[in-house]
Design a protein around this ligand. Structure first.
Ligand code: PLP
Length: 444
């Protein structure tokens, strides 16, 4: 009997014993090709010698220093590096230990900003349906899955949810992508006006939707229109790049492609590449200035913020990404990966959509292509696909079934940036074979 409180209480996970490059090994000696980097975490794959060396060197010198007494060299250098490569306008980095913590800190930063500048009546967040921002209470409140919020609904901060940018299901046939993006921005504006523009703190969105939406890339112009709406009412824009940031889509920040700069951006996952738990909030100068002119203090903090070993690991990850030209690789191999997925899965009668950017792809399953009807959630297709893929030696990230009772199943792919074209081809082939086996079994 295990004494670990596993999240899935009815089926214990397999025991992982080692991982190297693109491959995981379990206690029974089985090997798995890592097609999802956990949940879009392991950007450099496993056991990267440069990251391990940087962590060793740091732990030998200084493993921990509490931030109420000290800063550390790796924290300072990492923040410099992140600002050097961040969208223009970002000036400060608040270091935390993961994605939910980053979102939580960003929400509190946004709220405190308005308190500092004399607008304490702003108490409301607007976010999107089918989004995921983490599992702490603040992050859960803005997250867009009603079923996930349900048990905690009475104790969450106030948030309203508008439509995600989901062209496959929600763009009308008589609309161009630009018109669709404009319509969504109008919906946001209506939500701000409905709430009362002076009471809204921020609009929160993943730049490219991740886990609970099967990779939703925004239509051209959507985020520019959103930025304009936010600016019109003094509402802050918080972009959550915990999953899609740090090179995952082929640019360091996904918002670079959208031509917008948020007021606050959250990053995690690929920041430390899985070598250490680390996340961060990037803030525009006006947020930090308001606090330094006002109370002089951000009313927040955790024991492990700015952890020296985590910062050293993240710095090493960032250096490898730049030194090895991995952003350009993700862009070009990402295109090729998309083509491989289309070739392997595009003709399958139960594959409705294949979409993505860089090394971030989603495959959406439907019971029928013409109507786009999802499979019955009771079939638990995503769970079966995960199991079958593992049996075929593939780690991918399926999700779905019960997303607000209407969305179907999809599979998220987020391979390490070091994946060769051969690895990518193998991922596409094993995924196609796993999906086919499960769908046939479920429908016959
Ligand atoms: N935000 C996004 C977009 C995410 O995808 C996730 C995790 O999947 C989080 C926040 C929460 O991050 P963490 O699981 O590190 O707390």
């Amino acid at each position: 009997m295990t004494h670990v409180f596993h999240r899935h209480l009815r089926h214990a996970p397999k025991l992982a014993v080692a991982a190297s490059g693109m491959t995981f090994r379990d206690a029974e000696g089985r090997e798995y090709l890592d097609a999802s980097g956990g949940a879009a975490v392991s950007s450099l794959g496993h056991g990267h010698p440069d990251v391990i060396a940087a962590m060793h060197a740091q732990i030998d010198k200084l493993a921990y220093a509490h931030t109420s007494f000290f800063t550390s060299e790796p924290a300072e250098r990492l923040a410099d590096e992140l600002i050097r490569t961040a969208p223009q306008g970002m000036s400060h980095v608040y270091l935390v230990s993961g994605g939910s913590e980053a979102v939580e800190a960003a929400l509190k930063m946004a709220r405190q900003y308005f308190v500092e500048i004399g607008q304490p009546q702003r108490t409301h967040f607007i976010a999107r349906r089918q989004s995921y921002h983490g599992n702490t209470l603040g992050a859960l409140a803005v997250g867009g899955n009603a079923w996930r919020r349900a048990p905690f609904a009475p104790i969450l901060v106030p948030a309203t949810h508008v439509s995600p940018c989901y062209p496959y299901r929600e763009q009308r046939v008589d609309e161009t992508p630009e018109q669709y993006g404009r319509r969504l921005a109008d919906e946001l504006e209506a939500a701000i006006l409905g709430q009362g523009p002076d009471s809204v703190i921020a609009f929160v969105a993943e730049t490219v939707g991740g886990a609970t939406a099967g990779v939703l890339t925004p239509v051209p112009g959507y985020f520019k229109a959103v930025r304009e709406v936010c600016d019109r009412y003094g509402v802050l824009l918080i972009l959550d790049e915990v999953m899609c940031g740090m090179g995952r889509t082929g640019t360091l920040y996904a918002c670079e492609r959208e031509g917008v700069v948020p007021d606050l951006a959250t990053i995690a996952k690929g920041l430390g590449g899985g070598y250490q738990p680390i996340g961060a909030v990037l803030a525009q100068g006006k947020i930090v200035d308001a606090m330094s002119r006002g109370s002089g203090f951000f009313q927040h903090g955790h024991t492990y913020i700015g952890h020296p070993v985590a910062c050293a690991a993240a710095l090493a990850v960032q250096r490898v990404i730049h030194r090895d030209g991995l952003l350009a690789k993700v862009r070009s191999d990402g295109e090729a990966f998309g083509a491989m997925l289309r070739e392997a899965l595009g003709a399958h009668p139960n594959v409705g959509d294949i979409r993505g950017r860089g090394f971030f792809w989603g495959v959406e399953l439907v019971s029928e292509r013409a109507s786009k009807a999802p499979f019955d959630p009771a079939l638990n297709l995503h769970v079966r696909i995960k199991k079958e893929a593992m049996a075929q030696g593939l780690l991918c990230y399926p999700f779905g079934g019960t997303v607000d009772g209407k969305l179907g199943d999809h599979v998220l792919l987020a391979p390490p940036f070091i994946a060769s074209r051969g690895d990518l081809r193998e991922i596409a082939a094993r995924l196609a074979s796993s999906i086919d086996a499960v769908v046939r079994g479920a429908t016959t």
